[in-house]
Design a protein around this ligand. Structure first.
Ligand code: ADP
Ligand code: MG
Length: 372
């Protein structure tokens, strides 16, 4: 097991800067997830940790040692990729044990380690099969086994579940979480899927255009995003936003927006004016048009059985999604409705997308309860 530290790490391909001044400390035994949209630099950053590509600038340390110039094979890391390129002509057992063969271990020792790993990953009944005789999930288990057998200091996963269908993805997600619970090895896991990040991570690193937007526990990112990007990226369906203006009236500030939206500006403690507010679909309640904090037109309802989503037009170019436990009457579609919510559920942002802090006790409480 080992800690990982990145100090001022940057990477350019030609003139194209892909990673910009990344500073990050990963603790020994921690499960850290890199998440962000496609092309934001997740794989590049993971490969820099692995030593598969070198940083253009900065220092990479593992277990306190500077490994910036140490080759991948000597870093004590094992990599699991999205496309698990198993050797097609080798049995499962040989695929898992191959790294040990190349290290020159004795056949008995290899067989012992392979069978222990295979048991752990529930592929011990498949050891004689060839990869083509396995399902996608079984192949991915073998790929994980191949990494596991080397007893690495650090596991690196790059979107390992993206090729699997959704049921299998759930199942493998649980297996990987359990693997971490059992082994307590440091793991860094890359995904573009925020729900995978939320369920697996001790801490999440949100990347965007090669920069870290925020590092925090899943709860911190959900309840206290630093900015609009993180607020919109974490949570599904995503947070609803609407531009607002600040107005001073009779000495008190108000935040005003479309649909009759008017909030007290006491929510705001910073001197920066609020430019936009955000509210999550699960924080909205459907009420009569004259009862809500905002009025809108209910345009559409999606029925998923256990939950329902309403699509409400707030303004010409703004639609909010609302999560409902029970389906509203269908004759409400196309009519004016109200949305109600508590002020504590409102996130406020300045013109640069920075979240302005709010002093609501309920928000503070949620953020404080983040120890995992
Ligand atoms: N070897 C390379 N040469 C040039 N550009 C690259 C190379 N590898 C990645 N990139 C670019 O770097 C950016 C980040 O890529 P990547 O780290 O793969 O993103 P992610 O894994 O988040 O989808 C992309 O714009 C990609 O095109
Ligand atoms: Mg990638």
């Amino acid at each position: 097991m080992a800690s990982v530290s990145l100090e001022s790490v940057s990477k350019s391909f030609g003139t194209h800067t892909v990673i910009q001044d990344v500073n990050l400390q990963i603790n020994d035994g921690e499960f850290v997830v890199f998440v962000g949209p496609s092309g934001c630099g997740k794989s590049t950053l993971l490969r820099i940790v692995a030593g598969l590509i070198s940083a253009s600038k900065g220092i990479v340390s593992i277990g306190g040692d500077d490994v910036t110039d140490v080759p991948a094979s000597q870093r004590g890391v094992a990599f699991v990729f999205q496309s698990y390129a198993l050797y097609p002509h080798m049995s499962v057992a040989r695929n898992i044990g191959f790294a040990l063969e190349t290290l020159g271990l004795k056949r008995d020792a290899i067989a012992q380690k392979v069978s222990a790993v295979a048991r752990m990953l529930k592929v011990d009944h498949l050891l004689e099969r060839r990869p083509r005789e396995l399902s996608g999930g079984q192949r991915q288990r073998v790929a994980i086994g191949r990494a596991l057998v080397r007893q690495p200091e650090i596991f690196l996963f790059d979107e390992p579940l993206s090729n699997l269908d959704s049921d299998l993805r759930m199942e493998m997600r649980m297996e990987i979480a359990k693997l971490h619970d059992d082994l307590k090895t440091t793991m860094i896991y890359v995904t573009h899927d925020q729900s995978e990040a939320m369920t697996l991570a001790d801490r999440i690193v949100v990347l965007n255009h090669g920069r870290i937007e925020q590092v925090g526990t899943p709860k911190q990112l959900y309840h206290a995003p630093d900015n609009r990007f993180v607020a919109g990226f974490i949570g599904s369906p995503r947070m609803n936003f609407v531009p607002v203006t600040m107005r001073q009236a009779a000495g008190a500030g108000r935040i005003e927006g479309p649909g009759g939206l008017s909030l007290s500006a006491s929510m705001q403690t910073s001197s920066e004016p609020v430019a936009e507010i955000g509210i999550r679909p699960e924080a909205l309640r459907l009420v009569a048009a004259d009862k809500g904090r905002i009025t809108c037109t209910l345009e559409r309802i999606e029925d998923l059985g256990h939950e329902h989503f309403g699509y409400c037009r707030i303004a010409d170019d703004v639609i909010w999604v609302i999560r409902l436990a029970t389906a509203p009457e269908h004759d409400l579609i196309g009519t004016r409705v109200g949305l109600d919510f508590s002020e504590a559920a409102v996130f406020v942002f300045d013109a640069n997308g920075k979240r302005l802090t709010v002093n609501h006790p309920s928000v503070v409480k949620a953020i404080e309860g983040t120890g995992r």
